[in-house]
Ligand binder design. Sequence first.
Ligand code: FES
Length: 305
Amino acid sequence: MQVQHTVVDRVDQVADDVVSLVLRGDGTGSLAPWDPGAHIDLTLPNWLTRSYSLCGDPTDRERYRVAVRHDPLSRGGSEYIHHYVRPGRALQVSLPRNHFPLLPAPRYLFLAGGIGITPLLPMLAAAVDAGAPASLVYVGRSTSAMPFAGELRSRYGERVRLVATRRDGRPDLAALAAELAPDTLVYCCGPAPMIAAAQAVFPAAYLHTERFRPAVRTFAANTPFDAVCARSGRTVPVAADQSLLDALHHAGHPVATGCREGVCGSCEVTVLAGRPEHRDDIGAPAGRMYACVSRSLTPELRLDL
Ligand code: FES
């Protein structure tokens, strides 16, 4: 995995349980470019890797900004960032990747739930800069729990509607869908119930979603298979109770790791032959699979490793 070396420039509390980190390059050159919707993996000093959407200004090649919600069920990522990451701390980050690109459209509606605002912030800015009619419905339990709410209201005024559910209840997405102008692209990022509610009312062809937690789905029982690594010439058996990613790691094949839940895309591998069973929430491109969750429908998968 190609990495970039950054230094934490700022840590700011941007909501009750959310901090934003501004990362700058280590002085050896500009940071890699990115487009709205992109994310980076942060490799933390405790060896965990976590993915975060970039929510700063894509034209600023000197800095990245991400925001991190403190997850009470943290497996060590957000916990570490909230407690130990301070200005001056060196952090390795991946190159930006984008599974949630902003497509050209005559108009946009953005739907954000909580920390799901992060990929939508630069999208809204890009849409407004392009002169497209764009509005944001931003939902959180209270305005103090909604990162960047003040920044959004002061920058975009009436384009932004803040919905604090404790005060306002849930937004009526069916009413929003009913009054949607033709050809409006809808971008939604938030918790699973919000995405499900959006999928129930907006036409699939116009709705783009990104999850930060995997959808709950059921799959056939796991079966073992072999991963044939074409470049090394090694065959790696993958047991039924083991992920392809773990099997590859145990066999000494370095595959990048992030969420381990099929939502970040860090562990993408190229499939040369065989039929993968895709279990990710990203939508693997043809010829690729995500090794942390996806398995095989054939006894053997040939991988470009
Ligand atoms: S590690 Fe995130 S998709 Fe596999």
